[in-house]
Design a protein around this ligand. Structure first.
Ligand SMILES: Nc1ncnc2c1ncn2[C@@H]1O[C@H](COP(=O)(O)OP(=O)(O)O)[C@@H](O)[C@H]1O
Ligand SMILES: [Mg+2]
Length: 374
């Protein structure tokens, strides 16, 4: 087809293309009942004039953390006006002012002026409103790791959690959402004494669960018979081996688009193959971008090694570049494994886990390409 045809072609495979958007909230949310219950239990005291329980929501990418928070907040707001629930995307809002502007907006329906109003005034308005309306506040800080770079996190936790010291009777809580395992090491000791959270773990979906979710998404997003069961299984397989449900959803969207551009009424294997070329590297680039310098150094050593290394060998090589204790090396290695960049297998020999074999889960060249994108 030429360009005009592509743009004007009005047949579509998509019944609801929004179902494949990253911020789409599905009505049906299977496999997350216990996590939703745990969130509800944290909010419950606030519905009865108590203080909400703080929580840390932990889990790797695309395990439904953001969706769960948004759904539970929606449910709370439908049930009661006693709790003000504010969802904040910390990729977009990283400053104290930015975050409190969001809270202000939720309460008053408009953002405060960007200039001329001191932070303390905004803060006071918020807390006085809560106090006089006898409402409590739950702030969800999603992808909170973004606040750690600017070191704003500690102050923001203080601002929210110690509000009751200056404003009597104000009840506040924080849900910190994060796809990282090193959270506990990052907050100040002083914050750790006021933020004692309930941990809510979003474990990775297994293949069958991913299959169910993707099947449902296909039903919502595509017309009937756009994709065969076999090809959907294939997409599930890719999503499951990358450990990232979003890979599956992206593959569906991109291959649907490619099929459409091809004037095909169904998604064919070639569309998936072509879609794969883009999603694999997008996800990898995204993951690699989130690594710290030390994590990159370690990954680089693993990438450049010709044969599989034991954790002990790897530690020696790492220690030559970055003077590091075995414990902090181990934490970095665990992080790489958590992000599913490497696998570690026990050989059964050795002590302290240093005889684990470390295996890169990606093609070394692919890693290099994504680490240094052009
Ligand atoms: N249990 C589930 N049922 C249906 N869709 C889900 C489920 N879990 C995650 N998703 C979908 O996967 C994608 C990623 O979910 P999200 O909540 O953004 O994950 P996270 O915040 O953990 O990275 C979204 O498109 C979401 O709709
Ligand atoms: Mg999220």
């Amino acid at each position: 087809m030429d360009i005009d045809d592509i743009l004007l072609y009005d047949e579509t495979l998509f019944k609801n293309i929004e179902a494949f958007n990253p911020d789409y909230i599905p009505e049906h949310f299977p496999h997350r009942k216990s996590q939703m219950e745990a969130l509800a239990i944290c909010i419950r005291p606030a519905l009865r004039n108590g203080r909400p329980v703080n929580a840390v929501v932990l889990g790797s990418c695309a395990t439904g953390k953001t969706t769960a928070i948004k759904k539970i907040f929606e449910m709370v707001e439908k049930t009661s006006s006693k709790v003000i629930c504010v969802y904040i995307n910390c990729q977009l809002h990283t400053t104290r002012f930015g975050i409190f502007s969001q809270i202000y907006q939720k309460i008053f329906g408009h953002t405060p002026p960007e200039t001329g109003v001191p932070f303390s005034r905004i803060y006071q308005n918020i807390m006085q409103h809560l106090s006089s309306h006898d409402q409590s506040l739950v702030v969800a800080l999603d992808d909170i790791n973004n606040l750690f770079y600017s070191k704003n996190a500690n102050k923001i936790f203080y601002d929210i959690l110690r509000a009751h010291e200056a404003f009597e009777g104000v009840k506040t809580g924080v849900f910190a959402i994060l796809s990282d395992i090193e959270f506990r090491f990052i907050l100040d000791k002083n914050v750790n004494s006021i933020f004692i959270p309930q941990e809510i773990i979003f474990n990775p979906y297994n293949k069958e669960e991913m299959g169910n979710i993707l099947k449902e998404r296909v039903k919502i997003g595509f017309y009937n018979d756009v994709i065969s069961d076999d090809l959907l299984d294939e997409i599930t397989e890719y999503a499951s081996s990358s450990g990232d449900l979003r890979v599956g959803i992206d593959l569906l969207r991109i291959s649907g688009n490619l099929a459409e551009a091809d004037a095909s009424k169904t998604i064919e294997k070639k569309h998936i193959e072509e879609a794969l070329k883009s999603t694999g590297s997008i996800n990898l680039t995204y993951t690699l971008k989130s690594l710290s310098d030390d994590e990159r150094v370690l990954l680089d050593i693993i990438r450049q090694s010709d044969n599989d290394l034991t954790a002990g060998d790897l530690y020696n090589a790492f220690n030559k570049k970055i003077n590091s204790s075995y414990a902090s090396f181990n934490r970095i290695l665990n992080k790489l494994e958590f992000l599913r960049l490497v696998d570690t297998n026990f050989t059964g020999k050795g002590v302290k886990g240093n005889s684990r074999i470390v295996i890169l889960r990606f093609d070394p060249e692919e890693i290099q390409k994504c680490m240094n994108p052009l």
